[in-house]
Design a binder for this molecule. Structure first.
Ligand code: IPE
Ligand code: IPE
Ligand code: MG
Length: 247
């Protein structure tokens, strides 16, 4: 259960939920069945994250590049997100979960945006787990939007170019106010970030697991967290142990 004094529990876990299509193909099912099963894994992992005492869980649900998929699959994924928010919002709210959405919002269809805003608004005062849903999210797009906003402030004479620091950039990203992920997990055996949290991942531990996302359950999540607990994080410095050992 939650033990905030345990530094081996990451404060922020981000997950690239990959492999729904391959999970389905391996069973001779249409890709859509993989996405459906993937939503069940989301429910299980969100609940587990709350139980474990993780403060922030970010889930990569739809990338700004996923629009390149066939229209039917895009429609399917949008439908699942809408259904998830409609069905699960009340439960998540009851569990004191705060929802935040990161990603580009301007060009979203009018049937999606109000739901996302409602989820954020309803849960904004909640204090347990913060569930960050990366939807229509791409890191390069996020950084470009932040740069445009900063550029406008400089052009307006509001800030000097010298005021542009990592902290100022942080404050203009979609993730403003959210600590950097301690751990990034990607399922399905792929070992790449696919335009996910590139700036924020500067010192994240990366764990790649071979299982497809629909098979990712509480046990696998705990196993992955154990792997993280065994990692030595240095942030460019030395660990106290290696200093004492005179290494
Ligand atoms: C992850 O599974 C879900 C999304 C990207 C939305 P995929 O749909 O990428 O499944 P694979 O990688 O084709 O198996
Ligand atoms: C990353 O998975 C995006 C999500 C999990 C939402 P993709 O399946 O889209 O990534 P690539 O195309 O294999 O890099
Ligand atoms: Mg994939």
């Amino acid at each position: 259960m939650a033990d905030p004094s345990n530094t081996n529990v990451p404060r922020h876990v981000a997950i690239i939920m990959d492999g729904n299509g391959r999970w389905a193909r391996a069973r001779g099912l249409p890709r859509t069945m993989g996405h459906k099963k993937g939503v069940e894994a989301v429910r299980e992992v969100v609940r587990a994250a709350g139980d474990i005492g993780i403060s922030y869980l970010t889930l990569f649900a739809f990338s700004s590049e996923n629009w390149r998929r066939p229209e039917a699959e895009v429609t399917d994924l949008m439908g699942l997100l809408k259904a998830f928010i409609r069905r699960d919002l009340a439960d998540l709210h009851r569990e004191n979960v705060r929802i935040r959405i990161i990603g580009e919002r301007e060009n979203l269809r009018s049937d999606i945006l109000p739901l996302l805003l409602e989820a954020e608004e309803t849960t904004k005062a909640n204090t347990a787990l913060t569930l960050v849903i990366a939807f229509n999210y791409g890191s390069r797009d996020e950084i470009s939007r932040a740069m445009r906003a900063i550029g406008r402030r400089i052009a307006a004479g509001e800030i000097a170019p010298e005021a542009v620091t990592p902290e100022l950039i942080d404050a203009h990203l979609d993730t403003a106010g959210i600590p950097d992920p301690d751990l990034i997990i990607r399922t399905s055996g792929e070992e790449r970030l696919s335009n996910f949290l590139l700036w924020q991942a500067a010192y994240s531990e990366l764990v790649f697991v071979p299982e497809y996302w629909p098979d990712f359950d509480r046990d696998l999540f705990l196993k992955t967290l154990e792997k993280f607990a065994g990692r030595e994080r240095r942030f460019g410095g030395l660990t106290p142990a290696s200093i004492l050992a005179g290494e």
